[in-house]
Design a protein around this ligand. Structure first.
Ligand code: PAF
Length: 283
């Protein structure tokens, strides 16, 4: 496995694979890898000839006062984990390499509609930062296929729309959320939780399951969501949102919508957790 930091080197290593018609997979990450990321690598390893993982803590997608500075940088342990899961190339550029002119006046990719609301309400500009760096990585790696976790469902929907709108010839795969035994969705940010918060954190998933079950019975969405928000508050969370959207494009749920996605973001102490569950509404 190679670790590269430089764009010219990355291109030089990928050109022969592309010339030989090999299928290239990309797994974009910000590092501090856990089993959720490694499931993306495993899926890529099964589907492609060459697996490229990128590690870059992207300043563009962090707002003021967020955790950009303290986001864990763990390249050595990430490298070991990626090697043991059969990754071929790690691309770990510096911010100066990706944004040599800085990012104040950078060309940006913004994806309307699906980027609005939900996480954007409290993290304005976040998805423009994500779409910009992901499109930059797509241009540099030119993968045939790319993998993203379904835990970040709004992000996955933003990437899918960007790929469709800009005609990137890339298949996007959403990989199911990996969970701890107690149900907590794996996330790099779980490491910020204190021991007590870590014990409480699985309540987010538990409450999502309760709301899903209520939605699949006779409870109206408005009352199921209201009860869910109350349960989150009772468990010590400060919810940003608990919403039901159309699964396919995150549009509003209409009377004839069946396949939906229930999404939540909530703070536990200083840590912001997100999670979601698919819900098939009854006829
Ligand atoms: O999901 C993440 O880790 C990041 O948002 C991504 C897709 C690597 C872009 O920086």
């Amino acid at each position: 496995m190679l670790t590269l930091h430089d764009i010219a080197e990355l291109r030089a290593h990928l050109t022969p694979y592309r010339r030989d018609g090999q299928r290239i997979a990309l797994v974009p990450t910000m590092g501090n890898l856990h089993a959720g990321h490694l499931a993306l690598i495993d899926a890529a390893r099964r589907d492609a000839d060459v697996v490229v993982a990128t590690i870059f803590v992207n300043p563009l997608q962090f707002g003021e006062g967020e955790d950009f500075e303290r986001y864990p940088r763990t390249l050595d342990t990430d490298t070991q984990a990626l090697a043991s899961h059969g990754c071929d190339i790690i691309f770990a550029p510096s911010a100066d390499t990706l944004y040599p002119q800085g990012h104040a006046h950078l060309t940006q990719v913004s994806v309307p509609q699906v980027s609005e609301g939900l996480c954007s309400a409290n993290r304005p500009g976040h998805f423009t930062g994500v779409a910009t760096v992901v499109s930059l990585l797509f241009h540099l790696v030119q993968p045939d296929i790319a993998y993203f976790g379904r835990k970040d469902y709004q992000q996955l929907t933003v990437i899918r729309k960007m790929v469709a709108d800009l005609h990137f010839p890339i298949d996007i795969v959403g990989v199911p959320t990996q969970r701890a035994e107690d149900g907590l969705a794996l996330s790099s940010r779980n490491g910020y939780l204190s021991a007590t918060e870590r014990q409480r954190a699985p309540a987010l998933y538990r409450i999502l399951c309760q709301v899903r079950d209520a939605l699949q019975s006779d409870t109206t969405p408005a009352s199921a969501l209201r009860e869910g928000l109350a349960s989150l508050a009772a468990e010590g969370f400060k919810p940003d949102y608990l919403e039901l959207r159309r699964a396919q494009d995150m549009g509003p749920v209409a009377v004839d919508t069946r396949e939906t996605i229930l999404l939540a973001a909530a703070h536990l102490g200083t840590t912001r957790l997100i999670d979601n569950l698919p819900v098939s509404l009854p006829h």
